[in-house]
Design a protein around this ligand. Structure first.
Ligand code: ADP
Ligand code: MG
Length: 689
């Protein structure tokens, strides 16, 4: 036992057996203190509850039993490098034969006449029962065997046993210090067990029912706290001030469009326009499938800012996209009179100085850059609107910083755009602090991308198809899950595979390679060459997921397609079918897992991003949608274990009721809750007080 007493803040290095190596491994899992450890939940459980006797051990299943070693164990040598140690354990009902391969050391640990518990796969031969390489420990020790045993996610340098032992020391020592953020009345109403009971049972469940109750309680807590935090943020935002944009004349934009706005675009623009007329900051998420025409909606908002004497900033995820957006926005808004500038890292210092000076002087109306745009000491004369593409969350902290940048206490309006479709139920949860506009309609005249799922053995035919497309003047994307062959699992790697394709398969075609490990300049050059039609085939990693628009590309090949999530596959597919040519998406996978095949077939059968998101939700539960790279929300630990939408809705309703009853969370019953939420969001850089 470490001295002094263990608290929730005790560093794990204070525990016996945690030296520098293990401390580093624990840190890799984000585990530094006892509190981290307690919140590190098992990914699975094994039923190692002791069976009554040897005679009732079920055949061909793993099981645990207590028995007495009957005689000394004997090792025989089968051949060099292979020995077998055999023993016999007994109880009043029968015999259990024990066989250990290459574990002759067990002779030292298993003493005749003493009782042990064994856990292993049971086989039955006639009247004999047998276990090969079972786990065992002295009876009564109860670390590995004797109950429902947790299985933790591991990393190199840590074993299950080590983590279990660590938890067994830490848990009892500081269980009583755990504060329950859920007020008793709420717990009673939703039939939730207390926090201490839940933490105990999630790590050491006495029964499966206890485990179920613990998981339900902890998941409710996560969902509830997340939702409460978002609801609170929203209430706070409604008290902030922004400059209203009463002058709104859309004709300056629509007049220069070569097409009619879709119904969905009109509705989204109307919704944003209504927000922008108010003296509170807009905070709107615009969700629409790839190609649904989000840029025009953004342009409309920028136009309104301009018509009210304000500047707008448009932020893209990559420099490449910033370039492309700048070009598009120029075309859309030049006629309306907006002065548009690009500001990205790769510009020369002189170019940057010129752009920043012009921004500060108010000589630029719309600046386009990457997400870093706002952190680079840029000053605005009068920033009224921020638009971000593919970055879901825009923190309160960031908004406050922006207000300071624009030289006042007024907050800019914020429009967040996303092509990641999220089912509405979840969107309401994930973006409880944002208003939502949907572009659920594609502009007319698009031909849906034909999608096929094929096996490796069709590869030669696929190569022929690539040639055919190129012969027609089209271009082809080939996406690989890995960058280089050093990546594990024999996945297709962009570097080597690209090289092989160029030298062996398509020596007569122009093949380019692009991946995330290249320098930005290099990437940009390859992408630009592809966009200009100077390359026939582009072999890449998912960096092209949010890449430039190449309407001439008509074929998307995705290697090891089973490695990607449905939404990601859908995003990748959205790279083709942007022009007038019939386009194709080919998914390569030899993965025979029926669920995986079903998932990939769903993609082949559906082109509607929202329907796919619903399918993802049904098949994999809501966990996948939380903590994905774009949501930027506090990570949920349990939501991946359980796909319980009902609970999610229950937590959401409870959060709303709690805020309605106590808007500022100042009631004494809510203090623990307030601390919990504050900690949760502080981690993410939100200012929460
Ligand atoms: P998103 O950003 O949502 O993926 P974009 O804004 O890039 O989509 O638009 C995709 C393409 O559709 C662009 O070439 C754009 O000019 C075109 N487009 C946008 N709105 C319409 C419309 N209402 N009718 C026809 N084409 C449109
Ligand atoms: Mg876009």
């Amino acid at each position: 036992m470490p001295e002094p007493a263990i608290t929730l803040h005790t560093p794990l290095t204070k525990f016996r057996g945690v030296g520098p190596t293990r401390a580093a491994a624990l840190a890799k899992l984000g585990l530094h203190t006892t509190a981290d450890l307690l919140a590190y939940f098992p990914r699975d459980y094994e039923d190692r509850t002791l069976r009554e006797s040897i005679a009732v051990l079920p055949p061909d299943a793993p099981a645990a039993v207590s028995a007495l070693i009957a005689e000394p164990l004997r090792t025989s040598y089968l051949r060099p490098g292979m020995d077998v140690t055999k023993g016999r354990a007994v109880d009043h009902t029968g015999q259990l034969e024990l066989t250990f391969f290459n574990q002759s050391y067990v002779r030292r640990d298993l003493h005749p006449g003493q009782a042990y518990v064994f856990y292993g796969q049971v086989t039955v031969h006639g009247t004999r029962r047998q276990m090969t390489n079972p786990l065992f420990e002295p009876e009564g020790k109860w670390v590995q065997i004797g109950g429902i045993v947790p299985v933790y996610p591991l990393t190199a340098g840590l074993s299950q046993n080590f983590l279990r032992t660590l938890l067994r020391t830490a848990l009892p020592a500081c269980l009583s210090q755990i504060e329950d953020p859920l007020p008793p009345a709420l717990r009673a109403e939703h039939q939730l067990v207390g926090a201490q009971e839940a933490y105990r049972a999630i790590h050491c469940p006495p029964t499966w029912q206890d485990l179920q109750a613990a998981r339900r309680r902890l998941m409710f807590e996560e969902l509830f706290c997340l939702n409460l935090g978002l609801t609170y943020l929203r209430t706070r935002r409604e008290c902030e001030s922004a400059l209203p944009f009463p002058n709104q004349d859309l004709s300056a934009l629509t007049g220069s469009l070569p097409f009619q706005l879709t119904q969905a675009q009109r509705r989204a623009i109307d919704e944003a326009a209504a927000d922008l007329r108010k003296p509170t900051p807009m905070s709107r998420l615009l969700q629409g499938d790839v190609g649904s025409g989000k840029t025009v909606v953004a342009a409309a908002c920028a136009l309104f800012a301009y018509q009210n004497g304000c500047q707008a900033a448009f932020m893209a995820p990559t420099e490449l996209l910033a370039h492309q957006h700048q070009a598009t926005l120029e075309t859309l808004l030049r006629q309306a009179g907006l002065r548009i500038a690009l500001l990205i890292g790769s510009m020369t210092p002189a170019q940057k100085r010129q752009a920043t000076a012009a921004l500060a002087a108010g000589e630029i109306d719309l600046v386009v850059g990457t997400h870093a745009l706002l952190s680079e000491g840029v000053q605005f004369a009068r920033l009224g609107l921020v638009i971000t593409d593919e970055q879901h969350r825009f923190g309160v902290g960031q908004r406050a910083a922006l207000a300071a940048k624009s030289g006042g206490t007024l907050h800019p309006h914020v429009l967040v755009m996303s092509a990641t479709p999220i089912p509405r139920t979840l969107a309401l949860m994930l973006y409880g602090d944002l208003d939502l506009s949907l572009l659920n309609e594609l502009p007319p005249g698009r031909t849906p991308v034909e999608t096929y799922l094929i096996h490796e053995n069709k590869r030669p035919r696929l190569y022929n198809f690539v040639r055919k497309q190129v012969a027609l003047g089209r271009q082809v994307y080939i996406v690989c899950p890995a960058v280089s062959q050093e990546d594990p699992d024999g996945l297709k790697a962009a570097e080597q595979y690209g090289h092989t394709l160029q030298t062996e398969v398509f020596p007569d075609l122009r093949v380019g390679i692009v991946h995330g490990k290249q320098r930005s300049k290099e990437k940009q050059a390859v992408m630009a060459a592809f966009a200009a039609g100077d390359l026939d085939v582009l072999v890449s990693t998912t960096v092209i997921e949010v890449g430039v628009d190449v309407p001439n590309a008509s074929l998307m090949v995705i290697e090891n397609a089973d490695r990607f999530g449905l939404s990601q596959l859908h995003q990748l597919r959205g790279r083709v079918g942007r022009g007038t040519h019939q386009s194709y998406c080919v998914l390569l996978s030899d993965n025979e897992n029926p669920q995986t095949r079903q998932r990939l077939k769903t993609l082949a059968a559906t082109t509607d991003g929202f329907a796919l998101a619903e399918a993802d939700l049904k098949q994999r539960g809501p966990g996948d949608f939380f903590g994905t790279r774009q949501t930027g929300l506090p990570q949920l630990r349990l939501a991946t274990l359980e796909g319980d939408l009902t609970l999610l809705q229950e937590a959401q309703t409870a959060a709303r009721q709690t805020i309605q009853a106590d808007t500022t969370l100042t009631h004494p019953d809510h203090q623990a809750l307030r601390r919990r939420i504050s900690a949760l969001f502080q981690e993410k850089g939100e200012i929460f007080n």
